[in-house]
Design a protein around this ligand. Sequence first.
Ligand code: NDP
Length: 296
Amino acid sequence: MAETIALTRLAVLGSPIKHSLSPAIHQYFAQQAGLVLRYDAIEVDDDHLSREVQRLADEGALGCNITSPHKQQAFALANRASERATIAQAANTLIFESGSRWKAENTDGTGLINDLVENLGLTLKGRTICLLGSGGAAAGVLYDLLAQQPSRIMICNRSPGRAEALALRFRAFGTVETCTLESLSRQGSFDLIINATSAGHRGTDPVLVTGLFADDSLCYDLSYGPAHAALSGWCTAHKVRCIDGLGMLVEQAAESFRLWTGFTPQTNAVLAALRAEQFQARGNLPITSPASSNSG
Ligand code: NDP
């Protein structure tokens, strides 16, 4: 009698979702774990998020990833939440504990720290950090940044009220200063400048000033792919070392996969494969990759 192989179900929900790399990343992880995975990318608007999540839960999925613009709504849908998701008031991961009991998690902060510390070898303790932006991604990474005990975190946002509200929400976890775009140039330089704005999706950089950067400062852009181009161009022109957020994307996905399945993926090979695919897509040398047919 033929053996039946169990199908693991997962998905990512958001809008727009067509270009999501999550299906490809999770297929790499599933291959490492020896799982047969169906991971769907589901386009969904605000009004239908709850219905689509319920459908996945009813169909036996382990959970789902949630991406922009639904992270706050996903948090509200869950019955319980981790401390990270609670303080961020946003979930990028739902874990289906049963068909009707869902736990909200946020793995963006773990993803960022794993990329900065494990992959790039940075030490954040005692360092100064400037965080640009105050949206869902900034809220998602602040808890883990504070846990690294930097000497200073400054949040700067186009709408100053949002930066102040974010700093207030995190005050139990450490001191967070805020400044306006206008006063950014008077704050001195930082060891690490993190771009958590969505400016790159409109082809612009988030208005940087050269005084933010000392000779050994690093600019880390949460955006990747075409959305990273404007900031990357600014940094190249101003001789600033700049890294995109592809490593964070893979690391936050790995943490979600671990929470759902108990398996910890090896991320280095997956990141290398994605970078090779990007290289190939730009019209360079052909490469082979185990999940290229699943690329999102
Ligand atoms: P949100 O829409 O929640 O927030 C957007 C933020 O960007 C707000 O603070 C907004 O300011 C600011 N902003 C938008 N346009 C500009 C501009 N032209 N100049 C200055 N600031 C601007 O988005 P998210 O927080 O969810 O995502 C932010 C970025 O992070 C996106 O590029 C996303 O792709 C990326 N991301 C990457 C991840 C990864 O794993 N690498 C994970 C999660 C997100 P205001 O408040 O004034 O509107």
